[in-house]
Design a protein around this ligand. Structure first.
Ligand SMILES: C[S@@+](CC[C@H](N)C(=O)[O-])C[C@H]1O[C@@H](n2cnc3c(N)ncnc32)[C@H](O)[C@@H]1O
Length: 359
């Protein structure tokens, strides 16, 4: 077949494939609305399946709009519609769509969908200039979306599963240690640990003013006194080998100068200290990521809109991006910064890998 000859069946399949992407994008917008308007929460709260009128009543919304939304959600297989057009959630859908305390809760990325997609408008200029945008370009709701993305899993697993997997860290924190969480976002991990280990002191570092403000507010509400949140551009990490533990959760690949940050972490840690590096489970090459990661296209897209954009938000940014910090790359960068021990932890997570890195 010549390259210009079109096979009608393949043409249909290609168009179908293309429009499934648009279906996903549009339905994602509907998921954002379902979350923001309390529609999933109302479905969860009801004991039985609801008509669109009952759902509209429970949420104070207009029935005709709620009905069209519910048709979208049921057609997409996210909610259930019975023969009488009564709508409900399966237990699994309840966990992911309407249970903020469940580790599989998935509304964070949908929370920040409008902010993430708005970045598309800035992208043509970024593609031309090479310069991206940091996390604050997504506004305060961007920081809330990040918080809602990561905290449910952390609340369930950070203290009982992750910290005990890192050699000696729990004992140090119980006794009284100094920990820095770099790229701390809205401070969820810091506040969890600070509450659990009152003899230790915790500092969260982030360059996002929206995330830092949120962290300060949550700290006030929690009454936790052994934690502080700062911007590392004003208050850098100490470079006197005084810290027992440094943690980085999903942020090294977002940084404009990750190698410098890793060197700063090395300089901050005591000789027997530990860096807990958590970052995206990336593979070494595009080909491997495309073959083995069913979410690769989502991740490369998020990278353009958010992670790589952040990592290129200064003119000489490294630009690692969402899938840019594979285990091999992380180990190489850690070695270059003077770390000598690097161990992958046996922790199962949908998108993240966990490493214990030591001087
Ligand atoms: C994906 S978020 C993760 C936030 C947080 N660790 C969590 O798990 O919720 C990445 C964070 O890294 C922060 N960040 C990017 N570059 C940074 C830098 N050079 N120093 C400190 N934080 C940085 C961003 O502002 C953003 O809050």
């Amino acid at each position: 077949m010549s390259t210009t000859e079109i096979d009608p069946d393949r043409l249909k399949m290609f168009s179908f494939q293309l429009f499934t992407k648009l279906e996903g994008a549009v339905t994602s917008g509907m998921i954002h609305l379902g979350d923001q308007l309390g529609l999933y929460s109302a479905l969860r709260a009801a004991d039985t399946a609801m008509t669109s009128a009952e759902l509209a009543d429970a949420t104070g919304l207009s029935e005709r709009w709620v009905r069209e939304w519910a048709y979208n959600q049921a057609a997409a297989g996210l909610i259930v519609a019975d023969a009488d057009e009564r709508f409900s959630l399966t237990p699994e859908a309840t966990a992911v769509l309407a249970s903020p305390d469940h580790p599989a809760y998935g509304m964070g990325m949908f929370h920040r969908l409008p902010q993430t997609m708005r970045a598309v408008e800035e992208m043509p200029e970024s593609f031309r200039s090479g310069l991206g945008h940091d996390y604050d370009s997504h506004g305060p709701q961007g920081a809330v979306g990040i918080e809602r993305s990561f905290e449910p899993w952390n609340r369930a697993f950070l203290l009982p599963l992750v910290l005990p997997a890192v050699e000696g860290v729990v004992a140090k924190l119980q006794h009284g240690a100094k920990l820095a969480d770099v790229g701390c976002g809205a401070g969820g991990a810091v506040l969890l640990m600070a509450k659990e280990f009152p003899r230790s002191t915790f500092t969260g570092y982030d360059i996002s003013q929206f995330a830092l403000a949120r962290a300060d507010q949550k700290q006030l509400e929690s009454g936790v006194v052994n934690a502080t949140f700062v911007d590392p551009r004003r208050t850098p990490l100490p470079n006197d080998q005084s810290l027992d533990v440094v943690t980085t959760f999903d942020c090294i690949h977002d940084m404009t100068h990750p190698q410098q940050m890793i060197a700063a972490i090395r300089a901050a840690l005591k000789p027997d200290g530990t860096w807990l590096l958590v970052d995206i489970k990336a593979l070494d090459t595009f080909a491997e990521n495309a073959r083995k990661n069913p979410m690769a296209s989502l991740m490369y897209g998020i990278s353009v809109l958010s992670c790589m954009s952040s990592a290129l938000s200064e003119p000489d940014g490294e630009g690692l991006g969402t899938l840019g910090l594979s285990q091999g790359r992380a180990q190489q960068m850690a070695t270059e910064a003077g770390f000598t021990r690097f161990r992958r932890l046996d922790i199962d997570h949908a998108v993240n890998a966990f490493y214990e890195v030591r001087p």
